[in-house]
Design a protein around this ligand. Structure first.
Ligand code: GLC
Length: 428
């Protein structure tokens, strides 16, 4: 890419981030997602750090200002009232001072915290702000293992597809058969008014999303009860890898700040998680798979959730195998990385998390492949990601067969990831 194109893309990305900035938090995109989303904010901060360090810290601080007393950091913070989104605060009814949802999302915060800490030019501010955030982030990690790994096996379960951040992945289809739909309150979806219904989850899926919300609400959002009471308990390898990497990164920051006990606790969590992750490896697919904790079986669904673990310190031969899976994808598809194996008949190029490319996932995978020395595949993914932007702009996600923009437009995390990709290119 020419220097001129790079600088033009950077300017456009900054414009998107500023446009979606609401002062102390950033919305993923106007209309479709009018509040603060958990993992979106962590990716957003990485982008903001390129042009406004102070603002980047604020993004994460705002998220943690809404942490629950038990340690959970919710997946949505409803800072404002907006009729255009469903299910809103009135459906969740979590009773928080500023309304939030009652479930969580991938724990990207540990990674983001370390990145901001190490990149900050204002060292005093970075130390001060990291020191305040560190115990909060550790409390969230502790919450995960206490509430989502009640038997202490080293891996945490998600209890709702929205927690994985991969809402309608094929990974959940089988387990979703167990989730009833009887008795849910009548509702009107809003997402399909902002985006093409053919790209969104189906009504049958939506009914089950809501049944779970109503079921958990009926249990008073008491996290000590939710895990065992949920008919949906999935151990997602990508979700766990992000948490594991977060614990490792928290340990690094803690050491730099002289918090050695906090560092030791987080290293122990990460090491236990890494060892347990091996149970999810599939030689047949050359990648990790989800575990259905209710049935105790691996889910035969080769999704991007099984490639993301390269983001954690998995064994080098696993990273190599994951690189090979992506290389094979590149032979069939115009753009990578698809959110589901394109050779699987259930692959759907346009439907949300059942095939399309998402830049945040590409970013996590590139970071991991680079660390593992798989630089050629990493570069292939970076190139593909930037070509998508040049062809189709800052969309929510993309059809990997054509590069067509899908979902919401002028999307925050996509813009943030573009700044990250361009900067890592610049570093060479
Ligand atoms: C969708 C995505 C989720 C994301 C949210 C806001 O629900 O599946 O991962 O956090 O939108 O962008």
């Amino acid at each position: 890419m020419t220097a001129q194109n790079t600088s033009r893309l950077q300017d456009l990305a900054v414009e998107v981030l500023k446009e979606n900035d609401r002062g102390t938090y950033t919305v993923p995109t106007k209309g479709l997602y009018p509040f603060q989303w958990n993992w979106d904010s962590c990716f957003t901060a990485l982008g903001q750090a390129h042009f406004d360090e102070d603002r980047a810290w604020t993004e994460i601080e705002t998220l943690f200002a809404h942490q629950w007393p038990d340690g959970m950091v919710p997946h949505i913070v409803f800072h404002v009232h907006d009729e255009g989104y469903f299910p809103g605060a009135d459906v969740w009814q979590t009773g928080r001072p500023t309304p939030t949802s009652g479930i969580t999302q991938p724990a990207v915060a540990g990674f983001a915290l370390r990145q901001l800490f190490e990149r900050s030019k204002d060292r005093d501010a970075a130390e001060r702000r990291a020191r305040t955030l560190l115990p909060k982030a550790e409390k969230w990690s502790a919450w995960f293992y206490a509430n989502r790994d009640p038997k202490g096996q080293g891996l945490v379960a998600i209890l709702h597809p929205w927690e994985a951040g991969r809402d309608n992945s094929i990974d959940w289809d089988e387990a979703f058969e167990r989730v009833p739909t009887e008795g849910i309150a009548p509702y009107t979806r809003r997402d399909t008014q902002h985006a093409d219904p053919a790209h969104r989850p189906t009504k049958a899926q939506y009914d089950r999303y809501l049944w779970l919300v109503e079921h958990f609400r009926g249990l008073g959002w008491d996290n000590s009860k939710l895990h065992d009471a949920s008919p949906f308990q999935i151990v997602d390898p990508g979700f766990n890898a992000i948490l594991i990497r977060g614990c490792q990164d928290l340990a690094v920051v803690a050491e730099a700040l002289g918090e050695t006990e906090l560092a030791t606790r987080n290293r122990a969590r990460a090491n236990k998680g890494l060892a347990a992750l091996e149970q999810l490896w599939s030689d047949t697919h050359g990648q990790y798979l989800c575990l259905d904790r209710v049935t105790g079986t691996l889910v035969d669904s080769a999704s991007i959730g099984g490639l993301i673990p390269v983001f954690a310190a998995i064994p080098p031969e696993r990273a190599k195998a994951i690189g090979a899976v992506i290389q094979r994808q590149a032979e069939r598809l115009k753009y990578i990385v698809a959110s589901h194996d394109p050779a699987d008949e259930r692959f759907d190029a346009k439907r949300y998390w059942r095939g399309p490319v998402w830049l945040v996932c590409n970013y996590l995978i590139v970071d991991g492949l680079q660390a593992a020395g798989e630089t050629a595949v990493a570069e292939m993914i970076t190139r593909s990601s930037l070509e998508l932007i040049e062809q189709s702009g800052f969309a929510e996600y993309y059809d990997p067969t054509t590069g067509e923009a899908c979902g919401g437009g002028r999307f925050t995390w996509t813009a943030a990831m573009v700044l990250e990709f361009l900067a890592s290119r610049g570093r060479g």
